[in-house]
Design a protein. Structure first.
Length: 137
């Protein structure tokens, strides 16, 4: 049995909303059993404050995070790369697992619009955790 833990990279354009919320949930649900990364193809100056507020409602604090630039190394070092609207900006490596999650962009949205996006991300991340931590068959 492998002792290495799975690693996931969440990528969106600004690394300020969707990818930060997904990373927050994965840290929360997966604990130290899954390595979590997030990045953006064109990182923002700061995390979207409405995304921070939406996650705070769930008891998850993402205020210590900051948008990071997407690097080739981050993609190479991840087992699963989940994109959220970054299109062709994400480097592609054969043999790597990629998923594209179609999610609305929370940028410029109020909390009422961000909550359903957050909840959709939570459900997808829960499924991902179950899948990644399932014993090998």
């Amino acid at each position: 049995m492998s002792t290495t833990k799975p690693s996931v990279l969440f990528v969106c354009v600004h690394n300020a909303g969707r990818s930060q919320m997904a990373a927050g949930y994965l840290r929360h649900f997966g604990g130290d059993r899954i390595e979590v990364r997030s990045a953006g193809s064109i990182p923002a100056e700061q995390i979207n404050p409405v995304a921070v507020e939406a996650m705070r409602e769930e008891g998850i604090d993402i205020t210590g995070e900051a948008p990071k630039v997407l690097t080739t190394e981050a993609v190479q070092d991840s087992d699963v790369v989940i994109t959220m609207g970054c299109g062709d900006a994400c480097p592609f490596f054969p043999g790597k697992r990629y998923e594209d999650w179609k999610l609305d962009d929370p940028a410029g949205q109020g909390i009422e619009a961000v909550r359903p996006i957050r909840d959709d991300i939570a459900e997808r991340v829960r499924g991902l955790v179950i899948e990644l931590l399932a014993p090998p068959s």
